[in-house]
Design a protein around this ligand. Structure first.
Ligand code: PGA
Length: 242
């Protein structure tokens, strides 16, 4: 795992540059995309680059990591809405090439999502955030490293973290559909971004502790040959560069 510690806006620029370089080399590449506050700056940079005609997403395929169970596409807290509002509506990606796990008709999605990724040729670059409890996507502590797409009951800590986007904690869905850890590990390359003090404990555990443990889902990434971790100073505080 390669650790890069940069200012937050530099992370956004560098990761966006990596994505654009990938698209230029492989215009029909497959991107694995994340939601949450972490990738917002990356998406803003991608929109700018599209507007400046530096890149076209015409043939890009994308697969999102996860979605809340029970939120319709037009609910502004759904990840479908998030992706369209923050990225897809502002670039030339083909709507048929966009995939977000279906939190309403999830039965079918559970059967098909991993296969669709495989049929697309696998994910070339997976973007990840990290939860304060070390989750990646909605793979909460204790998730089987061998998991594919599945339903999950969100942990109290995740519901609390995400309640900042809702008007009350009671409105936060308690279930989600998420790509599994095995699905994520099949990506050819992974970039994880961590920003802010509340990610420091998970990042420290990732680098400080020797083990690879299902209690810390992100630790599965130690088994992947091509992972870059971008942290701001707050998230990386006390972590030795490996
Ligand atoms: P955040 O969420 O980007 O909103 O901090 C990240 C995550 O929970 O994976």
């Amino acid at each position: 795992m390669e650790l890069k510690v940069l200012e937050s806006n530099k992370i956004d620029e560098e990761v966006a540059n990596e994505i654009v370089t990938l698209i230029k080399g492989k215009p029909n590449c497959v991107l694995g995309l994340a939601t949450g506050s972490t990738p917002l700056g990356v998406y803003a940079n991608l929109v700018k680059k599209y507007e400046n005609k530096e890149v076209s997403f015409k043939n890009v395929r994308s697969f999102n990591l996860d979605e809340y169970v029970g939120l319709k596409h037009d609910n502004d807290q759904s990840y479908f809405y998030f992706m369209h509002h923050n990225l897809f509506d502002h670039i030339d990606i083909d709507p048929n090439n966009v995939h977000v796990p279906d939190g309403i008709n999830y039965e079918n999605c559970l059967k098909t999502y991993d296969n669709e990724i495989k049929k697309a040729g696998g994910i070339d670059l997976q973007i990840l955030g990290i939860g304060s409890n070390g989750h990646i996507a909605f793979n909460e502590p204790g998730t089987d490293f061998d998991s594919f797409i599945h339903l999950v009951n969100l942990k109290e800590s995740t519901i609390k973290d995400n309640s900042r986007f809702f008007s009350s904690i009671e409105e936060v869905p308690t279930r989600a559909i998420t790509m599994g850890l095995r699905s994520i590990m099949q990506a050819k390359r992974i970039i994880l971004i961590a920003k802010g003090k509340n990610k420091n404990r998970a990042i420290k555990a990732l680098f400080d502790e020797q083990g690879i443990d299902e209690a810390l889902p992100v630790s599965v990434l130690k088994l992947h040959p091509n992972v870059e971790i971008y942290c701001d100073k707050d998230a990386a505080e006390g972590v030795i560069d490996e």
